[in-house]
Design a protein around this ligand. Structure first.
Ligand SMILES: Nc1nc2c(ncn2[C@@H]2O[C@H](COP(=O)(O)OP(=O)(O)OP(=O)(O)O)[C@@H](O)[C@H]2O)c(=O)[nH]1
Ligand SMILES: [Mg+2]
Length: 404
C-alpha cells in the first residue's frame, strides 16, 4: 500500500484536486491510468465534492480536526497496479503543525494533530500544495512569509525525520488558471519557484530532488455576483482540469521508486472480475455497499479503518485579524466606536464581538455585535458605545464563539 499525503495550508486546493484526480481517471480507458475506488467512503467523498462543483459551487473548507482517507487501486497500466491511500486534512490543522511548528512539541499536541502528524510522517509520497495566491497575492508581507515558511518547514521536517527512507515530495502549484500572467513570465515552474519562493528554492530545489508541477484542478471559472453584490468566481460547467496528466506521470514514477513491498496490493473481501467491473460505475456503488455490508456482517468482522476519522470540530474559532485595528476610531461627543476585523478560524458559525467599558475593574457598559462567518471568512465589526466620558475609562474588545 502506498500512502500519499496531500498537504498545504487552508485554501491551497487539496480537496478539489483530490476530487478532480479521482473523477478524471474514474473510467477504464485503454492506455490511460484508472483510479478504482476501494472504499465506499472514497466514492461518497468524491461524489459529494463533484456534485458541488457540478452545481457551480466550491466544496466547503475541510473542518478543523477532520481527515479523510481516500483509497484507490490505481492501474497506471495493465502491468503496474498499486493500492494508494490519500489523506486530505484541514489546512488549518496543517498550518498548526508546520506553520506554527507545533509538531516540534509532539507530546503536547491534541490527539487529532498527533494522528495527522503520524499519517504525514509515514507517507511514502507527499504532494505539497501551494496556491500562488497565498504568495503573490498577499499584501501582508508577514503573512506571505508565514505561508512560504509553512511549505519550507514541511519539507525540512520530513527530510530530517526520514533520513533512511525519505518520502518523495512534489511541490504542486495550484489554481494555475488564476495566475496565468505570472506563469507566462517564467520558462518553467522551477524558475517561478526560484523567483517567488526564494527561501524554499534555495533550501530544497537547487538539487532537483523535490519535484515541482503546476495544475488547475478547475481550469475554467465564471464570474458571478454573490451575496452583497460581491464578485466571486464559480466553477464553469463542464468542469475541466489542466496539468493532471503530468501529476499522474510524476506519481507513477514516485510509486516506481518505492520499495517493492510497499507496492503490493492489499486484499479486499469482495474481489472477482464482475464486481471489479461494477465498481467502476458510480451508479452501482450503493448496491455494492449493501453487498459489502452483508459480507462483513456475515463474517462478523467489521473492517478496521487504517486511519481514524475524527469527529469534526463544530465550533467557530474567532481570531482578531490585526490587533491594532481594534480600538477607538475617534471620539465623537461622548461616544466611542470600536472597529476592526475578526476571522473565523473554525467551523462556520456565530462569533460575538464584545466591546465594553471598564472602570476600576467594574464593567460600566457593554455592547456586542454578532457575525455569522464561514470558515476562514473575515468579518468587520463596528460597535458604538454612546454616553461614555471619553478616554477616562479602560476600553476592552473581546470575542467569543457563540455555541447554539
Ligand atoms: N480557480 C480555481 N480555484 C480553485 C481551484 N482549486 C481550488 N480553488 C479555490 O480554492 C478554494 C479552496 O479549495 P479547497 O480544495 O477546498 O482547498 P483545501 O486545501 O481543501 O482547503 P481546506 O479544506 O480549508 O484546507 C476553493 O473553494 C476555490 O475557491 C482551481 O483549480 N481553480
Ligand atoms: Mg479541504
Amino acid at each position: 500500500m502506498i500512502s500519499v499525503a496531500v498537504v498545504g495550508i487552508e485554501g491551497s486546493g487539496k480537496t478539489v484536486l483530490a476530487t478532480m484526480l479521482a473523477k478524471r481517471y474514474c473510467e477504464r480507458r485503454a492506455g490511460a491510468p484508472f483510479f478504482e475506488a476501494m472504499s465506499i467512503n472514497t466514492v461518497r467523498l468524491v461524489e459529494k465534492c463533484w456534485g458541488t462543483l457540478q452545481n457551480r459551487e466550491w466544496p466547503p473548507s475541510t473542518p478543523i480536526g477532520e481527515m479523510s482517507a481516500l483509497h484507490w487501486r490505481v492501474h497506471f497500466s495493465d502491468s503496474q497496479v498499486c493500492d494508494l491511500k490519500m489523506i486530505d486534512a484541514a489546512g488549518q490543522d496543517l498550518r498548526q503543525l508546520f506553520g506554527e511548528q507545533r509538531i516540534n512539541d509532539f507530546d503536547a499536541l491534541p490527539q487529532h494533530l498527533k494522528n495527522l502528524a503520524d499519517c504525514i510522517c509515514n507517507a511514502n509520497i507527499v504532494l505539497l500544495l501551494v496556491n500562488l495566491g497565498d504568495i503573490c497575492g498577499v499584501p501582508d508581507s508577514l503573512r506571505r512569509q508565514e505561508n512560504e515558511f509553512a511549505a519550507k518547514f514541511i519539507i525540512e521536517y520530513l527530510q530530517a525525520k526520514r533520513t533512511a527512507n525519505p518520502p518523495r515530495i512534489c511541490l504542486v502549484l495550484t489554481q494555475r488558471d488564476l495566475h496565468r500572467g505570472i506563469f507566462r513570465q517564467f520558462t518553467d515552474e522551477r524558475q517561478l519557484v526560484r523567483h517567488h519562493l526564494p527561501s524554499l528554492f534555495t533550501a530544497h530545489f537547487a538539487s532537483g530532488e523535490v519535484g515541482v508541477l503546476s495544475v488547475s484542478a478547475v481550469a475554467n471559472t465564471d464570474i458571478e455576483l454573490g451575496e452583497g453584490q460581491r464578485i466571486r468566481r464559480v466553477p464553469a460547467v463542464p468542469v475541466q482540469s489542466q496539468g493532471l496528466s503530468k501529476l499522474i506521470s510524476w506519481l507513477q514514477e514516485a510509486v516506481n521508486r518505492q520499495p517493492p513491498a510497499a507496492q503490493v496490493q492489499t486484499e479486499i473481501p469482495v474481489q472477482d472480475t464482475f464486481w471489479t467491473r461494477m465498481r467502476s460505475h458510480v451508479g452501482t456503488y450503493l448496491a455494492m455497499s449493501v453487498c459489502i455490508g452483508v459480507f462483513t456482517y456475515a463474517k462478523a468482522k467489521p473492517p478496521k479503518p487504517a486511519w481514524p476519522r475524527l469527529p469534526p470540530v463544530t465550533r467557530p474559532v474567532p481570531q482578531f485579524v490585526t490587533q491594532h485595528s481594534i480600538g477607538r476610531s475617534g471620539v465623537l461627543d461622548d461616544s466611542v466606536t470600536s472597529y476592526g476585523t475578526v476571522q473565523n478560524k473554525g467551523a462556520a458559525g456565530k462569533i460575538r464581538v464584545i466591546s465594553q467599558v471598564v472602570e476600576d475593574g467594574v464593567v460600566k457598559d457593554r455592547k456586542f455585535q454578532d457575525l455569522i462567518l464561514n470558515p476562514m471568512e473575515v468579518g468587520r465589526f463596528e460597535i458604538e458605545l454612546p454616553g461614555i466620558e471619553n478616554l477616562k475609562h479602560k476600553f476592552e474588545v473581546t470575542n467569543e464563539a457563540v455555541v447554539p
